[in-house]
Design a protein around this ligand. Structure first.
Ligand code: JEB
Length: 232
């Protein structure tokens, strides 16, 4: 079972993870998702979790110690831990990373706010606690914090765990279409009934029943769409 712990000052932002697909996966015992409030680990009377940056500059930085206390609390066993720190400066999240996360035992997501988390938190868990630390970004745009990025990564990761998806065939087909010579191909276009919708017909080949030709057409369409995206 994959154990996911998420730490945030806005634990209520993460509520959607308990719904639908992922809620069912938790009921089935395939994954667990525990959401933790960083502020419970604030060490000062005002429960602050941020401070001014060394070296000056705009904005505030999240202090290391509340993070240290929160991460220590969710990792108090001899298990292996992977710490995922969301940051716009991280390695770009992709399907390959989702695949690798889905095979882990324990994932801890650190959702920062403000200008991010004191850099020593990542260093400490990598060097002193032997965690695998992954600094990850979901794309080249700036979010207000790590919560939405965590939801993206948890959803992409959890659906790869056997039994989480309703239909295992769709995972197989997906990995099939996602693998060509250079590794990534977008999906072919999908159609369902009616065959004529507002004057637009479904491509005739899909009505032919010729599965060999249909498969060839789908690969060709996927390659055409991939080409169109790769251009300019
Ligand atoms: C993740 C975050 C902030 C500079 C300006 C603003 C914590 N793809 C992504 N874009 N932005 C984030 C992200 C991911 N993953 C992201 C964590 C934090 C943005 N901020 C705001 C940080 N640095 C704070």
């Amino acid at each position: 079972m994959l154990k996911i712990s998420i730490i945030s000052i806005f634990p209520e932002y993460l509520k959607p993870l308990e719904l639908s697909l992922l809620g069912k996966a938790q009921e089935k015992g395939l994954i667990s998702i525990d959401i933790h409030d960083l502020r419970k680990h604030a060490t000062d009377p005002h429960h602050s979790v941020d401070d001014t940056p060394y070296g000056g500059g705009a904005g505030m930085v999240m202090s290391a110690e509340p993070w240290g206390l929160a991460i220590d609390e969710v990792s108090n066993s001899e298990a292996e831990f992977d710490l995922i720190v969301l940051t716009p400066a991280g390695k770009k999240f992709d399907q390959q990373m989702a695949m690798s996360f889905s095979k882990k035992e324990n994932l801890i997501f650190a959702c920062g706010r403000y200008e991010g988390i004191d850099a020593r938190v990542s260093k400490y868990y990598a060097e002193k606690r032997n965690f695998k630390v992954h600094e990850v970004s979901i794309g080249d745009y700036v979010l207000g914090g790590g919560e939405v990025a965590t939801m993206v990564i948890v959803e992409a990761t959890a659906r790869l765990i056997p039994g989480v998806l309703g239909n295992p065939q769709s995972l197989k087909e997906e990995s099939h279409t996602l693998t060509n010579k250079d590794g990534s191909l977008v999906e072919y276009p999908n159609y369902t009934k009616p065959a004529n919708w507002r004057g637009l017909e479904v491509p005739e080949i899909l009505l032919s029943g010729n599965h060999g030709e249909i498969e060839k057409w789908r690969i060709k369409e996927a390659e055409r769409r991939t080409q169109a995206l790769t251009k300019e």
